[in-house]
Design a binder for this molecule. Structure first.
Ligand code: KIV
Length: 298
């Protein structure tokens, strides 16, 4: 928790973190903390708690917009949420997730779209999914001065090819391919890699084999940092919860409880009470009544 100014309740000294924090923390063997965030108040809360990085993940398509999967998410939708997060966070490193088809069609289009995340979305870096097939794209984006986070293992944008949302790298051949991809992404210039839904042993092996930090989600404790989808860990989205999620709250339950109480209060005329009501000065009221009376007599 960062120290807050007693008057404004904002952190007394706000130091903007950069992607350097990823490398420094790996060097000092300190875990990197990352959560997803999609809006202004959540970004404020994450920032005040002292999170290292906020990922504006395309998971917002499912947990905020209610799509079945992440495929329908557009760059415009992502940028809308990126801007809200950028307005709320003053310290955390901000990473924008490039959505499906924003970086696969051509390298030129990928660079242009990545640039929009920094220019129009207020992000510090972008994330994109995939291994060896993305090397040229990653090189081009990083050469334009845009830091890239890679994403290996379960890559939700490819769930049709992967045969669903299932753990990856469970055979020696597929595990080896993920390890090779990690080495290639490091070489292509990624500053960090998300490892999603792979065995803890494989994630630890990868983390020890590359010099850039790994951020795990469903990949065990051997990664250099951890990330979760904020709506999962807060119990805000309850359509399903992956096994690897630890729930820190039950906001969906809390929210429903509050709504039921509100409805009961309104039905029973307990809300609004006097303290929720605005009044006008008595003399102004009397004046209004007199004017109405006069108008009636005209
Ligand atoms: O979109 C997202 O939230 C992600 C995380 C699961 C890493 O990619």
């Amino acid at each position: 928790m960062s120290k807050n100014d007693p008057v404004t309740n904002l952190p007394a000294v706000i130091r903007k973190k950069t992607i350097q924090v990823f490398r420094e923390k790996k060097e000092h063997n300190e875990p990197i903390t990352m959560l997803t965030g999609y809006d202004y108040p959540t970004a404020q809360a994450l920032d005040r708690a002292g999170i290292d990085a906020i990922l504006v993940g395309d998971s917002l398509g499912m947990v905020v917009l209610g799509y079945e999967n992440t495929l329908p998410v557009t760059v415009e939708e992502m940028l809308h949420h990126c801007r809200a997060v950028a307005r709320g966070a003053r310290s955390a490193v901000l990473i924008g997730d490039m959505p499906f088809m924003s970086y696969q069609v051509s390298v030129e289009e990928a660079v242009r779209n990545a640039g929009r995340f920094l220019q129009k979305g207020g992000m510090d870096a972008v994330k994109l999914e995939g291994g060896r097939e993305r090397l040229e794209t990653i090189r081009a984006i990083t050469s334009s001065g845009i830091p890239v986070m890679g994403h290996l293992g379960l890559t939700p944008q490819s769930f049709h090819v992967l045969g669903g949302f299932r753990p990856q790298g469970r055979t020696s051949a597929t595990a080896r391919r993920i390890l090779e991809d990690a080495l290639l992404l490091e070489d292509a210039g990624c500053f960090s890699l998300v490892l999603e839904s792979i065995s803890a042993r494989l994630a630890e092996l990868i983390s020890k084999s590359i010099s850039i930090p790994t951020i795990g989600i469903g990949a065990g404790a051997g990664c250099d940092g951890q990330v979760l989808v904020v709506h999962d860990m807060l119990g805000f989205f309850d359509r399903f919860t992956p096994k690897f999620v630890k729930k820190y709250a039950n906001l969906q339950g809390e929210m429903q409880h509050a709504f039921v109480e509100y409805i009961a209060d309104v039905m029973a005329r307990r809300f609004p009470a006097n303290e929720h009501t605005v009044e006008m000065p008595e003399e102004e009221w009397q004046h209004l009544m007199e004017q109405i009376e006069l108008d009636k007599r005209k």
